[in-house]
Each structure stands twice: as C-alpha cells, then as structure tokens.
Design a protein around this ligand. Structure first.
Ligand SMILES: *Cc1c(COP(=O)(O)O)cnc(C)c1O
Length: 359
C-alpha cells in the first residue's frame, strides 16, 4: 500500500526549476554570472566555524543592517528563506481554505503552487496584450474572499514594469484589509525612463499598512544559492509572519553573507549597470532580427513565441544554452555575460529565426 497523502496534491504541479546539463550556458534562472565578492566569501568561510550552533532565529544583525540601509524601523522587517519563503508565509498568514489569492498571469511560477498548497484558491488575471499586469482586471477580480494580491514588478517572466502613478492608483483602489505583496525581486535592475519616477515599493508602502514589499539577495546581490530574502511590512504583518516561519530556516551563512553584501552594496549594484547595458544590446539585436521583444526592466527578456517556444528552446539547448520555456506561451532568456549573450544571439539570429517563425 502506498502511504496516504493529501489527495488534492495530485493536481498541484511540483515546482519545475530551470533545466540544465553539464557544460550548459545557463540563461534559465535569472541568476548573476559573477560569484560572491571576495569580502562576502571571506565572511562565509569564517562563519563555517560556528555551524555547530543554530542560527539566530530573529536574524538580529541582518534586520538591524536592513533597517539602517532602508531607513525603516526594525519592527517592519521580516527575513525569509528566499523571498519565495516569504511569499509562502504571506499566503499562510492571510488565507484559510477557499480564500482567494489574485495574481497576474503569466507571472512567478511559485504563486499558484504556494496558493494551492495552502488550500486557497488562485485567481489568475491574464496579462495585457503588451505582456504587463492588467491592474483594472485585477481590481475587478476582488471578491469578499480575496485575502492577498501579488504584484510582480518588474514581472517575471515578461519583464514588464508598472509605473509609480499607476501603482499608486491601484493601491488606493484595493480595500485596506487586503494584503498586497509587491514582489520586487528584480528592483535593482529597474531604470525608469527619463522623467518617470522610480516605482519604489518602500515609498508606496509608506502610510499603506496592507502593502508588503518583498526583496531578495538571490538576484542582483548574487546569493541565490544561500536562500535569503526580506519583507518590509506593517509590524502586525511582521509578527504574523514570525508565527508561521519555519524555525531557523534562514541559515547562519546566509545571514552573515547578506549583511556583508549590504556592506558592499555599492560594488554589487554597480554590476547591474553592465547587465542593464547588455539587456538593451541583446534586445536591440533581437528587434533588428525581427523578433517581438517587450521592453524589460529586469535581467531577462521575454520572447512571446507562443506555440513555437518549445521548438525554439529545444534547439537552443542543442546549441548549448538553457533557456526557460513556457510551453505554448513564450521563452525567457536571462541576460548573462557578453560572450554568453553573443552565443544566444548567434543562435537567435541564425537557426532560431526560422523556429521563431520570422520570415
Ligand atoms: C527569483 C524570484 C523570487 C525569489 O527568489 P528567492 O531566491 O526565493 O529569493 C521572488 N519573486 C520572483 C518574481 C522571482 O523571480
């Protein structure tokens, strides 16, 4: 007899991470290509000596450092095992079975999974024809069962960005008892157009007690392998998050490395300049080759190839690079080092064109 498992898990897909193979050029998971800074590596190496001890469950040093850097009180900060851990905790603190979680779709793969695992109901609101959030329809989807709304800005996987004014309007229209999570995993790659305001969740959360800002050390800070992210929220939300938090799930190395990375923030953020320049270079080349490529505020590009996406991504894998494919919808390409991007462009502007249906 097989062990008895919750039957509803049958219908929940397991999270599918970016595929890989030995020697692959990895353009599938929106990571940075450069390893941790020497100063960060040193701190990690030193911290290994204390691994016989449990980590600080309150992440006191990291919270204090974040409070100082962000200019918010420590009681408004929660840390998590990656920001995906915090996404999950947010569903847990807001939803009973049957409550509703609204999110744009396509968006971050984890949203529907963590919603279903909590027994809540996912309400997916299709993106606009321009691949951005349809805020009007997201508002229209609110019911008396809505407990949580995810806004992914910039959106993964489409790269689209909501401006400050439209976000403000949206937040003002959401009833104050509904938690809105502004997932800003790629915030450090945002470069507003001249004359446009930076859509900064921390500013938007000022005076809005239902707004939770989520950020991570996995992307621009380059610590994806260590698993640490943070939330800035109302103190009441932070207390609730602490109640569902898996004890000690933010490990000691992650805490130390995150503090050291904040201390080297200028150096790390300078690296994003190169990625942003490459993003624009690759996008221009793809546009020139006849691709439809929405503008991206992130470290990846979205190719809305529809039914052609699988053949395109499979051929790219044959050519040595892993992309992230969303069958029937599109392919997401992470911006890597210039030589990696050149490899991708050689594929996309050569063999890839026919697969993408460009004539
Ligand atoms: C990568 C990503 C995250 C978080 O990743 P962690 O490694 O768990 O911090 C969160 N949201 C989005 C949209 C992402 O793409």
């Amino acid at each position: 007899m097989t062990p008895r498992i919750r039957p509803d898990l049958e219908s929940i897909p397991a999270y599918v991470p970016g595929r890989s193979f030995p020697g692959a050029v990895k353009l599938a998971s929106n990571e940075t290509t450069m390893g941790p800074l020497p100063s960060v590596r040193e701190v990690i190496a030193e911290a290994t000596a204390g691994l016989n001890r449990y980590p600080d469950n309150g992440a006191t040093d990291l919270v204090a450092t974040l409070a100082d850097r962000l200019g918010v009180p420590a009681e408004r900060i929660a840390v998590g095992c990656g920001s995906v851990g915090l996404c999950q905790e947010l569903v847990q603190i807001t939803c009973d079975a049957g409550d509703e979680v609204i999110f744009p779709w396509r968006s971050f793969e984890a949203y529907p999974i963590i919603t279903a695992v909590a027994g809540a109901t996912a309400v997916r609101v299709p993106n606009t024809a321009e691949h951005g959030h349809d805020l009007k329809s997201m508002l229209a989807a609110i019911t008396d069962r809505t407990r949580l709304i995810f806004v992914c800005n910039p959106n993964n996987p489409t790269g689209s960005l909501l401006g400050k004014a439209e976000l403000e309007q949206f937040l003002d229209a959401v009833p104050e008892h509904i938690v809105v999570a502004l997932d800003e995993a790629y915030f450090e790659y945002v470069r507003p157009e001249p004359g446009e305001d930076l859509p900064d969740g921390l500013e938007l959360a000022e005076g809005r007690r239902n707004v939770v800002v989520l950020r991570t050390f996995s992307k621009a800070y380059g610590l994806a392998g260590l698993r640490v992210g943070y939330a800035v929220a109302d103190p009441s939300v932070v207390v609730a998050l602490s109640k569902v938090h898996t004890p000690f799930s933010v490990n000691a190395l992650a805490q130390r490395a995150a503090v050291a990375s904040l201390e080297a923030a200028n150096e790390l953020l300078a690296r994003t300049e190169g990625v942003v320049a490459e993003r624009e270079r690759v996008r221009s080349a793809l546009l020139d080759a006849g691709y439809d490529v929405p503008a991206s505020a992130s470290n990846f590009l979205w190719l809305p190839l529809g039914e052609r996406s699988t053949a395109f991504a499979d051929a790219a894998a044959e050519a040595g690079m892993v992309l992230r494919n969303f069958t029937g919808e599109g392919t997401r390409v992470t911006i890597g080092d210039p030589h990696e991007n050149d490899l991708f462009l050689a594929f996309a502007t050569g063999q890839g064109r026919a697969l993408a249906g460009i004539v």
